[in-house]
Design a protein around this ligand. Structure first.
Ligand SMILES: [Zn+2]
Length: 274
């Protein structure tokens, strides 16, 4: 420090010249006082600059040495593409592991023995054979033909293949006596609930008169069947609906005109706890 201090104060010219940019008149205004101070001035900055350069060079060398291993690693990377590509391939399955939700109706569901299976022959009018991969609900209907039996309604569906009267069917029919007949496999759609054919199970219930109220036997079987479907497909209360809720049709008529009776039916069902 004392040396630097002395050098700066050797000449009066030093402070203003140091503020100038190099070459901005420094050689043009040599001090007439002699060359010694000039030499001192020139030599004085050179030493510290050289020292600084040496220090910087040393530091750079140390830095380069420290960085060399990583530089080697990065240099080596292009020489070993197979491991890199293998690693990418290995990590590919987890990256693309975003499978679509599995439909809930693509397994073989055993039918309980309290259901009589009497499947319709495949035909375009009542059993098209189209798959029903996902079941999101159950739609309840009434047959609209008072006093008819489950068997008679099944025959009606079957005969549509000949009569071509309309497109109609349901997965299940429940008779006035509580008998349950399955007409269409759970894995296939039925023609019963218009826009919800594609994701629901349809149940048609017989009724003794035009009022459309189900008998106790019919209602008991309906509760049993729907509870089984709730359990099979993990359904919620809002998934159990009337044909009316799908298309506004007055079906099942008694439970459209008497919403309390519909709610009472829903209250009898057993849903999984949330
Ligand atoms: Zn209906």
């Amino acid at each position: 420090m004392p040396q630097l201090y002395d050098q700066f104060h050797d000449s009066d010219h030093i402070p203003p010249r140091r503020t100038r940019a190099p070459g901005s008149g420094y050689p043009m205004t040599p001090s007439p006082g002699g060359r010694r101070p000039k030499r001192r001035r020139r030599r004085a900055p050179v030493l510290p600059v050289l020292l600084s350069l040496a220090v910087i060079a040393g530091a750079a060398a140390i830095l380069l040495t420290a960085l060399r291993p990583s530089a080697k690693a990065s240099d080596a990377a292009p020489e070993t593409p197979p491991p890199a590509s293998d690693a990418l391939t290995a990590s590919a399955p987890p990256a693309t592991a975003t499978p679509a939700p599995t439909p809930n109706n693509q397994r073989d569901i055993p039918i309980p023995d309290w259901i009589e299976q009497d499947l319709l022959p495949v035909n375009q009018w009542s059993r098209p054979g189209d798959p029903l991969p996902q079941v999101n609900g159950v739609v309840i209907h009434y047959v609209g033909n008072p006093g008819t039996t489950a068997e008679q309604n099944r025959s009606y569906f079957k005969n549509l293949a000949e009569t071509h009267e309309t497109y109609a069917s349901s997965h299940f029919l429940i008779g006035i006596d509580g008998k349950i007949i399955q007409c269409v496999p759970l894995s296939e759609i039925a023609y019963c609930s218009t826009v919800r054919n594609a994701d629901t199970i349809a149940i048609e219930c017989c009724h003794p008169d035009a009022e459309g109220k189900f008998t106790e036997e019919t209602m008991a079987s309906l509760v049993k069947l729907v509870n089984w479907l709730i359990d099979t497909y993990d359904l919620r209360r809002e998934d159990i609906i009337r044909h009316y809720d799908v298309a506004g049709k007055e079906c099942p008529i008694y439970y459209v005109r008497n919403p309390d009776a519909w709610e009472s039916f829903l209250d009898e069902l057993t849903f999984p706890s949330p």
